[in-house]
Design a protein around this ligand. Structure first.
Ligand code: DC
Length: 226
């Protein structure tokens, strides 16, 4: 496929965005960028520096002063905080608890959105997050908004945590995911929202392969119509 488009994938927590976008990028030979990992690294910085998450000024100052970057490796995206690889430190319940507040600040988003836009400038990129189709890449040729039932999303998170040896119950996960989605969708800065021109994909009853194939076919249609 010759033309290299930009694909935006948004949706609520644990809707399958990352796995789908990563496999789709492999299939298309595109770069996959997980923007949630950048907000996670920012949250880790706040926790490491013991900054009060509700002190917006102090949070923004810390993010201005720290360096968050991503690099692509054979095994996927690696996320760095001040040049330390934090890929495996950013997917914890503690980060999940604080991240919505940190990512709701305009000053934090401004810094990370600029970086994300610079990464996508060449095309051939699939980026996932909450505001990719609405704010970061409003001109993306293909926008997908992935949803799944709360039950299904909690089951997926449970598996993810179990693989890391983290114990959680399905009920507690359901309420935490729901709380985070409500917060992300109601914030004033770049809320989680389906872009008007996005295609909605309910993944509750789909396998990962089916999700990837579906979006791959949408991408092909667009690329060949160009
Ligand atoms: O995709 P994820 O679950 O790793 O994202 C974690 C949090 O980061 C999510 O609850 C909200 C925030 N986020 C955001 O505000 N904007 C993005 N583009 C990506 C993530």
């Amino acid at each position: 496929m010759k033309k290299r488009i930009t694909i935006a994938v948004d949706g609520p927590a644990a809707s399958g965005k990352s796995t789908t976008a990563r496999l789709l990028a492999q299939k298309l030979g595109y770069l996959y960028i997980d923007t949630g990992a950048m907000y996670r690294a920012a949250t880790l910085s706040i926790l490491n520096n013991k900054i009060n998450a509700h002190d917006e000024q102090a949070v923004v100052k810390n993010i201005e002063d720290c360096q968050i970057s991503i690099k692509l490796a054979e095994d996927g995206q690696h996320t760095y905080l001040n040049n330390n690889d934090v890929t495996h430190l950013i997917r914890t319940p503690q980060i999940n608890r604080e991240i919505s507040v940190i990512s709701s600040y305009a000053g934090v988003r401004e810094i990370l959105v600029k970086q994300q836009q610079a990464l996508a400038v060449q095309g051939g990129v699939i980026m996932d997050g909450r505001d990719i189709g609405t704010v970061v890449l409003p001109h993306a040729k293909l926008k997908v908004f992935m949803i799944a039932s709360l039950e299904e999303r909690a089951k997926r998170r449970l598996k993810e945590f179990a693989a890391q040896g983290i114990k959680e119950t399905i009920e507690s996960l359901k309420s935490k995911i729901q709380r985070r989605d409500e917060f992300d969708a109601s914030r004033s800065q770049a809320p989680l929202k389906k872009a008007e021109d996005a295609r909605e994909l309910d993944t509750s009853k789909l396998t990962i392969e089916q999700q990837v194939d579906l979006i791959y076919n949408w991408a092909k249609e667009i690329i060949y119509a160009e």
